[in-house]
Structures are given as C-alpha cells and as structure tokens.
Design a protein around this ligand. Structure first.
Ligand code: DAH
Length: 335
C-alpha cells in the first residue's frame, strides 16, 4: 500500500490541468468518493490494528496533497481560460458608459452668478484666503473695537494674519492694484469662528462685487442688482432694498427677495416674514477710496457681497448648510 501511496503522490505532483475536462479527470481520479485515494482508505479496514494508525496518517497526507493540488489547478484553469483563445468576456460588447460626476451645487451656482455679472461687463478677480489686518479690516474702515474683529468671529493666525472673514478684503487689493475704472467680482472661501449648524458654518463662500468709476450713482447699484436678481431667480422675483450699515459703504443697504421656499407666504427659512436677505451692498465709503489711494472727489463706486450657500439654498430648496460639505454622493448626484 505504501508503494501505491508514493506513486499517487508523484502522479498528483506531476498533474497539469489544461482545461475543465482534465480538471474534472483529476477530481474523479483523486478527490471523488470512487477515486483512488478513497479506495485506499477503504483498504484500511483490512490492515492490522497495529499499523492502522500510521497508515491512516500517511493516507490523510495524501488526501490533503490532492486537495491542495486541486485548488491550485482550479486557479490555473481559470487564468488559462481568461488568457487563452476563448475570452471570459464578450469583447464585441460596447464598453460600459463612464460614470460622469456632476458639478457641486456651489460650483454651479457660482458659475451662474459669475456668468450674469460677466454679461454686465464685470471681470473676475481673486484674493488670498490668508489676509492681513489692513485688507480684511483696517482699510475697510472697521474701527479697532469693531465686534467683527472679536475672537468669537475671526480666526487669527499670529498677530497680523487672519483667515479672511469676507471677500470684501479683495476689494481693497483690487483697488490698490487694478487700473480705473474697475468692474470686478471676487468669488471665494471665507472663514468665521462659528459653531456648525444647519444655518451656520465656519467655512463658507461669498461673491464680492465692485464698480468704481466717475459718477457712479446709487441708481446704478440698484439697477445692476435688480438685473442680477431677475436673471438668476426669474423675472417675477420681488425685490426690496432695506437701509443697513456696513463700515465700508455709505449709504448701505441689504437686498431681500421674496422667499423661494414658501412663495412669500411665510415659513421657517424666511422666519415667517416672506422675505429673505441675499446680500449687502452700498456706495463705497469715501474713506475706503482714500485708503486705497483713489480720489473720492473724482471717483465713486458701489460694492456688494453675497453668500453663495444662502443663494444655493434658496435656488435648490436646501434647508441644511451642512449638506454642502458632507460629500454625501446621493445629495450631490441630484445636481
Ligand atoms: N462683507 C459683508 C459680509 O460679509 C457683505 C457686504 C456688505 C459686502 C456690503 C459688500 C457690501 O461689498 O457693500 O457680511
């Protein structure tokens, strides 16, 4: 019997499976219940009890070797089928379509906003996210004790650097560097030290607008913003201007539109007033022009700034700011 075991071991080691048929032949010969190894096990009954144990373990070894080899052969057979004449896949089928991504809602609303202002003759500028005190606050007329400078709102980086709290800082850079007249918008990320909730985030996006020329009037500010709102939200949109205060504009205003979510009837988003504020605006304060070395006797201008998340929320009826940054693919695929 031992001799037979040795022969089988050698045969197993030598065996090559070219295809499914030889694989099946191996299975029948060595693995199946009617195979050679099973027969040897059956023969154990006739063996002397003293030898039974030793012989049993020799047979077990043979059985394991056959099973191991069978696994290897199956793997080999699979690779052979894939690389040989008969491919596992039908190469005549058209390739699967590429899964195309979609634009993030903030990107697509920014593109819409930028497009409208470009049609009105504005170009696009950018400013740094890490700003100094001059550009973020001082040049914009923020008094030293202004609450916006407070630790609660601003992320300070060392003594003079901050993460910009608004894109208005880029106004100053643009006025310092571009030739007059200036007609530009500045999209970008801004940062405020706020607790994250459905209505507030520490990182969000704004678009700033600036027009500086001779004889720019408040009428032009109003007309430009009316045009913009109707182009973005539709010609039926109701608009109102409210007097407001910003250190860098005089006079200042806030622009409200009728609530897109409830159609002006009153809901949680518009705090049951029927109106939502979408931007701040005003005539550039003469002191700001002077700070930027522009003569306020010759030039006037208007500026405005809006939060992109707020506008996207109204446009797409999204009621939680956090959705914009959570990267939930099911949310993002809707746009
Ligand atoms: N910077 C203001 C903010 O973050 C928005 C703003 C208001 C920008 C009035 C302006 C403006 O340019 O004229 O709340």
């Amino acid at each position: 019997m031992l001799e037979q075991v040795q022969i089988l071991h050698a045969e197993i080691a030598r065996f090559q499976a070219e295809d499914q048929a030889t694989l099946e032949a191996f299975r029948q010969k060595f693995i199946s219940k009617k195979g050679a190894i099973a027969k040897l096990f059956a023969g154990l009954k006739a063996v002397e009890p003293a030898e039974k144990k030793a012989l049993g373990s020799v047979l077990n070894e043979l059985k394991n070797a056959a099973q191991e080899k069978f696994k290897v052969l199956i793997e080999q057979a699979n690779t052979v089928t894939q690389t040989s004449g008969q491919p596992a896949e039908d190469l005549t089928l058209p390739p699967p379509a590429h899964a195309l991504g979609t634009l993030h809602p903030l990107t697509s609303i920014s593109n819409d906003i930028i497009g409208i202002f470009e049609r009105m003759g504005f170009n696009v500028s950018y400013g740094p996210e890490v700003e100094d005190d001059w550009h973020n606050f001082t040049a914009l007329n923020f008094p030293d004790n202004h609450p916006a400078r407070d630790m609660q709102d601003t992320f300070f980086l060392g003594t003079d650097k901050v993460l910009r709290t608004h894109t208005s800082s880029a106004q100053v850079r643009v006025m310092e560097s571009l030739a007059l007249p200036i007609r530009t918008i500045v999209p970008g990320r801004v940062f405020r030290n706020e607790a994250i909730s459905a209505r507030a985030h520490c990182i969000f996006h704004q678009i700033e607008g600036l027009y500086i020329n001779r004889h720019v009037s408040f009428v032009e500010l109003k007309e430009s913003l009316f045009f913009f709102v109707k182009a973005l939200f539709g010609s039926r949109t109701k608009i109102r201007f409210r007097p407001s205060y910003f250190p860098f504009t005089e006079p200042s205003a806030e622009l409200d539109i009728d609530c897109r979510i409830c159609g002006g009837k009153g809901c949680k988003i518009c705090k049951y007033t029927g109106w939502v504020e979408i931007m701040g605006a005003g005539m550039v304060d003469p002191q700001v022009l002077t700070n930027c070395k522009i003569d306020p006797q010759v030039y006037t201008g208007f500026a405005f700034g809006m939060g992109i998340e707020r506008i996207a929320m109204l446009q797409y009826q999204i009621d939680d700011l956090r959705l914009f940054t959570e990267n939930d693919i099911n949310f993002l695929r809707q746009f």
